[in-house]
Design a protein. Structure first.
Length: 364
């Protein structure tokens, strides 16, 4: 029996519903996409589809019963699709069995995890097997992490093209709430609590994951973790961002340095404005003067939470489904990312890159 193109696991959850709605719109425009929804209750899955069916015909969408605590059901679910989008968290508790099932079924895996411990543990444990099986295990494809990673990489490439060096990249996020009261999804909050509780696990984990120490520039900005700044012509206070974005960016920069001999970029935490300081002249040794080059990149456009996440995670999923043959382990010169190898435990998405590039406004 032919596999589905995409299957959303956890489709009745808060994030899952947004992704289902967005995929319903995309599949209406691209009718060749065969997709389905999966979760513990077929009745609840039907209710989700019935709600969307008021505006879009979803009669061809397949429903799959699967419970993360039932290995057999998860295995059968993964065998039904080419790409699985996993929305069942906290991933620390429920993510690994799904990754294992995808590897065994040779199904590409995508999630929206914001949990550094889970993401880095999965890379450490399963990267070699995923590479051997030709399976993409693509974590943290939510709005913030993708923008953070692609944003830093875009800036690095711009400076490289100018033969300039980067001293540091800072990023800032400002969220403007709507008229309604702002609320946080319970599962998102639960994941954040687990992340902070087990943050002490990251240091020994990263010693194994990153055995080679990177040589960052010695230039540092002297200030504490909380500081005042001006953002969008308004005075604001900045506090550290506690999500997975720094983890995501660090892994990409580690790969760039170890595999491609590229200088790594310092990245504090993702936000919507990237402020870069560096030097106009590239040197092979350490700079001894203050930076003389600066730039600001802003990401503008889509909603910065679940709506934005649904759009970006689907861009990643559709890239894996439709263009994976253009993203092999070793790139050829014709690809968008000419000199970056495709890591099966990370993503390098040509579609996402082009999507984001159109939304960046550069100010020099």
């Amino acid at each position: 029996m032919p596999r589905l193109d995409l299957l959303i696991f956890g489709a009745t959850g808060f994030t899952g519903k947004y992704i289902v709605e967005e995929l319903a719109r995309k599949s209406h425009q691209q009718q060749k996409i065969k997709w389905g929804v999966a979760g513990r209750s077929l009745l609840k899955l039907k209710e989700v589809l019935d709600e969307i069916t008021k505006t879009t015909d979803l009669s061809a969408v397949e429903t799959v019963a699967a419970d993360v605590n039932n290995t057999e059901s998860v295995t059968k679910m993964c065998q039904k699709t080419i790409v699985l989008i996993n929305c069942v968290g906290p991933y620390r508790l429920y993510g690994e069995p799904v990754v294992q099932a995808c590897l065994n079924a040779k199904t590409n895996y995508i999630d929206v995890s914001g949990e550094p411990q889970f993401l880095e543990t999965i890379q450490l444990k399963y990267n070699d097997k995923a590479e051997k099986e030709g399976v993409a295990i693509v974590g943290s494809c939510g709005f913030d992490s993708v923008i953070a990673d692609m944003g830093v990489e875009t800036i690095r490439r711009e400076y490289e093209a100018k033969n300039a060096d980067i001293g540091y990249i800072e990023s800032f996020l400002s969220v403007k709430a709507g008229l309604a009261n702002t609320a946080l999804n319970y599962a998102t909050w639960e994941s954040a609590v687990y992340g902070l509780t087990y943050a002490n696990e990251l240091k020994p984990l990263r010693k194994k994951l990153f055995p080679q120490q990177l040589l960052y520039t010695k230039y540092k900005r002297e200030r504490g973790p909380v500081f005042p700044t001006t953002f969008a012509n308004q005075k604001r206070w900045c506090v550290p961002f506690l999500g997975s974005d720094k983890s995501v960016v660090q892994r990409t920069q580690y790969f760039n340095s170890v595999k491609l001999n590229k200088k790594p970029c310092e990245q504090s935490s993702f936000q919507m404005r990237f402020v870069t300081r560096g030097w106009k002249q590239h040197l092979n040794e350490e700079h001894t003067t203050e930076p003389d080059l600066g730039s600001v990149h802003e990401f503008i456009g889509i909603d910065p939470a679940y709506i934005g996440t649904s759009k970006i995670v689907l861009a990643c999923a559709l890239t894996l489904r439709e263009e994976k043959d253009r993203l092999p382990l070793k790139f050829v010169n014709e690809t968008v990312w000419k000199n970056i190898n495709f890591r099966y435990s990370r993503y390098i998405s040509a579609v996402v890159y082009l999507l984001l590039l159109q939304r960046f406004r550069r100010q020099h």
